[in-house]
Design a protein around this ligand. Structure first.
Ligand code: S3P
Length: 450
């Protein structure tokens, strides 16, 4: 489990062309939600394509602790025997969500309107992240939370015995907060209303509707208004989890910066609330095409083809695009090193409270590799050095953050000198097959001691 084992230093050196197909794992956001909503349905939900990264496995273990019956049938195939809305049992031990902010925040929401108490913890990264953004709205339902200073884990949540519905405007663009409030609203009588000023990923709304809840979304002057009718009977579903665009970002971006590459990344979910990176790359002049565009399970899906793109230009990424590519700024900042001119990323302060402070982690690591980077609280600017221009030759800190580790390994594939990450272990949280998948395309990774 990330953060618990010995560090796994890994070095990435300049590779030949990346070619072939990369079948990336299932979507992490949808995987968490499939397990949690499956646990809240009455009957057996069947899931295929589930991401079996540590984050999702920790959510699976948590759902068992709350009384759901989960069965693993083979790679990505699970059934979840749900206990129904309001049916969660009180866990007999602490819930360890490992590295996963999504896991802990969604589960806190899902249990906060039941008359049970649960204590949550996680690894060093998760114990440093703010939970007040979730426990503040959960208090409006009648739940109470007792954590460390700054609203940090470990934290005990006492669920509301007689929850009341809530009307809540989310103060930061966060799908985790929105989803926690909606999941809490499931067991409150009447209508719970969540308003978000900027649209964030909408998997919870879509899946609640799929499970048979009444969940209405309207655009108004206040923003996106989501109205959920409480205490529905959720009906078990058959779910095919699409492949994760946030994981696809790594082979796609690596192919854009490694000379001679031509890689296909098939079956990627392109929900507009997730696809901001691909728009940005095309604006930069990337040779990135969407083939075989189609709809699957109500979501747009395509095969992504990425080819080496020696003529990319830095651009200003509009701040309003941030929610649709929030997890992709680390790898975008690597691509920016290989473009001409500056890439200006504004409105990105949420990056400071992810698995690590991702602005600081990327700025320090890219500087060590020889790039020029500017930052302020809400902005990251990377000055491009053109194709093959990044010197590399540094060891970068992964900071218990899977996306930071993968980003620097991609940088090493195109930099002049190898790039080492001090710990590739966290990659297993979201992309357990990253190493063999990238090596099959042509990457040259070496683990320390090999
Ligand atoms: C997620 C929401 C985002 C994202 C995270 C997954 C989700 O976080 O960064 O990786 O599944 O709801 P925020 O809600 O904090 O923006």
């Amino acid at each position: 489990m990330s953060g618990h084992g010995d560090p796994i230093p890994m070095t990435s050196r300049r590779s030949g062309p990346l070619t072939g197909e990369a079948h990336v794992p299932g979507d992490k956001s949808i995987s968490h939600r499939s397990l949690i909503l499956g646990a809240l349905a009455v009957g057996e939900t069947h899931i295929t394509g589930l991401l079996e990264g540590q984050d999702v496995l920790d959510t699976a273990r948590a759902m068992r602790a709350f009384g759901a019956e989960l069965t693993h049938h083979g790679t990505g195939a699970w059934t979840v025997g749900g206990v129904g809305v309001g049916g969660f049992a009180e866990p007999s031990d602490v819930i360890d969500c490992g590295n996963s902010g999504t896991g802990v925040r969604l589960i806190m929401g899902a249990m906060a309107t039941s008359p049970i108490t649960a204590t949550f913890t996680g690894d060093a990264s998760l114990r440093g992240r703010p939970m007040g953004r979730v426990t503040d709205p959960l208090a409006l339902f009648g739940a109470r939370a007792y954590g460390r200073s700054g609203g940090r884990l470990p934290m005990t949540v006492v669920g509301a015995a007689e929850p009341v519905p809530v009307r809540y405007t989310v103060p930061v663009p966060s799908a985790q907060v929105k989803s926690a409030v909606l999941l809490a609203g499931l067991n409150a009588p009447g209508e719970t209303v969540v308003i978000e000023k900027e649209a964030t990923r909408d998997h919870t709304e879509r899946m609640l509707t799929g499970f048979g809840a009444q969940c209405r979304v309207e655009d108004s002057e206040e923003g996106r208004v989501i109205t959920l009718t409480g205490q529905p009977e959720l009906l078990p579903q058959t779910i095919v989890v699409p492949r994760d665009p946030s994981s696809a970002a790594f082979p796609v971006c690596a192919a854009l910066i490694v000379e001679g590459s031509d890689a296909l990344v098939p079956n990627i979910g392109l929900n507009p609330t997730r696809a901001g990176l691909f728009t940005t790359l095309q604006e930069m002049g990337a040779d990135l095409t969407f083939e075989n565009m189609r709809e699957e399970g109500g979501e747009p899906v395509a095969d992504l083809r990425a080819r080496f793109s020696p003529n990319m230009k830095g651009i200003e990424v509009p701040p309003e695009r941030a929610p649709s590519m929030i997890d992709e700024y680390p790898i975008l900042s690597v691509v920016a090193c290989f473009a001409e001119g500056a890439t200006v990323m504004k409105g990105v302060k949420e990056l400071r409270v992810k698995e690590s402070d991702r602005i600081d982690a990327m700025a320090r690591g890219l500087e060590a590799c020889g790039a020029t980077v500017e930052e302020d609280e809400d902005t990251l600017i990377v000055h491009g050095m053109g194709p093959g221009g990044l010197p590399g030759g540094a060891t970068c800190a992964a900071r218990l953050d899977h996306r930071i580790a993968m980003s620097f390994l991609c940088a090493g594939m195109a930099a002049q000198q190898p790039v080492t990450v001090d710990d590739a272990g966290p990659i297993a949280t979201s992309f357990p097959v990253f190493e063999p998948l990238m090596e099959k395309l042509g990457a040259q990774f070496v683990r320390a001691g090999e």
